[in-house]
Design a protein around this ligand. Structure first.
Ligand SMILES: Nc1ncnc2c1ncn2[C@@H]1O[C@H](COP(=O)(O)OP(=O)(O)OP(=O)(O)O)[C@@H](O)[C@H]1O
Length: 276
């Protein structure tokens, strides 16, 4: 549960679930220090489909890992429900790009049950939840199948059902559809939006596809090339797969931000679209 924050002179926004506050992330290797992101700021509200978008190497995955609690910021702080993130926790679940996230010796149903039982969810409740979420991702007929007979898209559906069944505060998705063929990827994006309509979960979604960001996200954080800094935060809540004029305009705007301005230093001033 959220804790009471010390008075800072600013009213905390009660709608904010995740607060990434001035976060710099670095990796130390034997030969050098790599700055992955520099002073990144953003806030995710409950029910947001919040997308981190930027070129390869700008630190999107690093930010997601920091939110998951796998790496610690060298500057700034990450807060969930007002409490600092100090490590992994059951309030955050990650869905990765790889198809081998599932335990190959367990069936679909057992895979979805596994994190529930290891968190102490009583058996009956765990079975109900697993069944519900397997149905929500359309895999009822495959609940007793083993992962090796499933397609890449089906495996990702199981990974999503498994994460959602734990009912985390926030679902963290790291390019979950990037390894799928174009048609399956499109179908998975639609299914994710349907699932969101149904369950209204909060998701932090990493992609380097501008199109995917606009389709999946209601908010898009555009990051500069390495080291990632915030270029802009934009609204994209009203676009689906149909490419309207608005969709194309937003796509062009983001494209210009990411590519045409690549040779200019990241602007210190952040363009932040007001929440609708
Ligand atoms: N374990 C690590 N050790 C050292 N450097 C790392 C490590 N992980 C990532 N980096 C570096 O940090 C920077 C950001 O990497 P990150 O994977 O977060 O970017 P990304 O935007 O997710 O890229 P991509 O879209 O290609 O996955 C890159 O320069 C990368 O080489």
């Amino acid at each position: 549960m959220g804790r009471v924050l010390p008075f800072t002179g600013q009213e905390a926004d009660p709608g904010v679930l995740l607060d990434v506050d001035n976060v710099t992330l670095q990796y130390k290797t034997d030969s050098r220090l790599v700055t992955a992101t520099y002073q990144v700021d953003f806030q995710v509200h409950r029910g947001d489909r919040f997308v981190l978008l930027g070129p390869s190497g700008c630190g999107k995955s690093s930010l997601l890992k920091a939110v998951a609690g796998f790496i610690k910021p060298v500057e700034g702080q990450i807060r969930l429900n007002g409490a600092p993130v100090t490590g992994p926790g059951p309030d955050r679940m990650v869905v990765f790009q790889e198809f081998d996230q599932l335990l190959p010796w367990k069936t679909v149903f057992q895979n979805v049950m596994f994190p529930l039982r290891s968190r102490g969810v009583p058996k009956r409740e765990a079975e109900d939840r697993a069944g519900t979420y397997i149905a929500k991702v359309g895999l009822d007929r495959f609940r007793d199948s083993y992962p090796h007979i499933l397609s890449g898209g089906m495996k990702q559906r199981v990974a999503i059902a498994r994460a959602m069944a734990t009912e985390p505060e926030i679902l963290l998705m790291d390019e979950p559809f990037a390894a799928l063929d174009a048609l399956t990827r499109r179908r998975m994006q639609e299914e994710l939006l349907q699932l969101w309509d149904d369950v209204r979960f909060t998701v932090l979604f990493v992609t380097h596809s501008i199109e995917e960001a606009i389709i999946v996200g209601n908010r898009i954080l555009v990051l500069s090339p390495h080291p990632g800094q915030v270029k802009a935060e934009l609204n994209a809540h009203s676009y689906g797969h149909e490419k309207s004029e608005g969709f194309a305009a937003l796509e062009n705007r983001i494209h210009t931000m990411l590519f045409a301005e690549q040779n200019t230093a990241p602007a210190p001033k952040v363009t932040r679209a007001a929440r609708p």
